[in-house]
Design a protein around this ligand. Structure first.
Ligand code: TRP
Length: 362
């Protein structure tokens, strides 16, 4: 059935950015009016690309007082990976990373939970699947890219349907704001479509779901230490939050630079050097060009020294909290359990409403 209106994944980026800016202003004014829903797959520990790219933005929203649910999408790991032996460990390490970065998940309005522990959330997937067509799922640009990148020949159905599952992640608690990077916009568009179609089909004039809005963060593009591609653990070019100071120094020593001695900030012509300068800038709050000028003829040796010192200094308190949490794993587990309890409470209520409007009460 789905409906005649076609899902448009490519709606204007500029318009989305404009709306996102307005949303940001209103969030500052009325944080309590919104509910942030955000999430990650538990595929490993976080690195400084995640920290500067998305985690800090979440910490910021959290600190201005917006109630926040952070979903750890453990089922989604199964869609494009063969291994599952580390999922449980990754859930805990991810939680430690969030908490060490400044998310207080015990403040009564911020919750971290793996979605596999919330049956009522997962059950929303079934009606949601009837609201989209195969063709629409097939056209999802982010899924297409991930399929190409995974190199798999046999694509499981979970790969095509995980964006619908993601809609359940967002709508189970009636999330209204989803901080996202560009690659997640198609999933959010799908979520909005599902919310709208659900309301149209089942809810008459009393909508059950809000249409959640994307909050585009102006996250800098952070390259790995090889300077040629995005920072990522699997490409071995990342500085993990959990690395110690010596490991960090060693990694940075091996970072790629270029043969010109004088350090300048020029992202187009000198991507490697500029990326290192950007990282110093993010860790110190100073301008990249200014840092470059100061280093000048000190060359890449000096640049690497400055970067090592600034990253290690910047991460010192986070790493100390990280260590403490690692030694206190029961507390981390209890935080997750509390997150699951809170999420279930929301999901049960929502599923009740959903069953009611679908005429499935007994
Ligand atoms: N698909 C997201 C990613 O790969 C993770 C995710 C799952 C998510 N559920 C979510 C993100 C809900 C935001 C909201 O990064």
């Amino acid at each position: 059935m789905a409906t005649e209106e076609q899902l448009d994944y490519g709606s204007s980026f500029e318009a989305t950015l404009e709306r996102s800016k307005k949303l940001e202003q209103d969030l500052q004014k009325q944080p309590g009016k919104y509910k942030v829903l955000t999430g990650d797959r538990p595929t490993g520990r976080l690195h400084i690309g995640h920290l500067f790219g998305s985690v800090q933005n979440r910490v910021r929203l959290h600190r201005i007082g917006v109630p926040t649910f952070i979903v750890i999408a453990d089922y989604q790991v199964l869609t494009d990976r063969d291994t599952f032996d580390k999922i449980s460990e990754n859930i805990r390490q991810l939680t430690i990373d969030y908490m060490a970065a400044g998310i207080d998940a015990n403040d009564g309005k911020t919750f971290i939970f793996p979605h596999s522990h919330v049956p009522e959330l997962n059950q929303l997937l079934l009606p949601f699947l009837t609201l989209v067509t195969n063709a629409e799922l097939d056209r999802n640009p982010t899924v297409k890219e991930e399929i190409l990148a995974s190199g798999q020949k046999r694509i499981n159905a979970g790969m095509y349907t995980y964006p619908v599952h993601q809609a359940a992640d967002i709508l189970f608690c009636k999330g209204t704001v989803v901080p996202v990077g560009k690659d997640q916009l198609p999933h959010l568009e799908l979520t909005r479509t599902i919310a709208r179609r659900f309301n149209d089909r089942f809810a008459g004039n009393k909508p059950v779901f809000p249409e959640p809005q994307p909050l585009l963060s102006e996250a800098p593009v952070i390259l790995g230490l090889d300077g040629s591609q995005k920072m990522s653990k699997s490409r071995n070019n990342a500085i993990m939050l959990s690395a110690d100071e010596d490991e960090t120094a060693k990694l940075i020593k091996k970072a790629k630079t270029d043969s010109e001695r004088n350090i300048t900030f020029d992202p187009v012509k000198r991507p490697e050097v500029s990326n290192l300068l950007l990282l110093v800038s993010l860790a110190t709050g100073r301008k990249p060009a200014e840092i470059a000028e100061e280093i000048g003829d000190g060359g890449s040796g000096k640049l690497k020294q400055v970067l090592t010192d600034s990253i290690n200094e910047y991460l010192r308190p986070l790493r100390a909290r990280r260590k403490e949490l690692e030694q206190n794993i029961d507390f981390v587990r209890e935080t997750l359990r509390a997150g699951v309890r809170a999420a279930r409470e929301e999901a049960v209520k929502t599923l009740d409403e959903v069953r009611e409007v679908m005429n499935m009460t007994i």
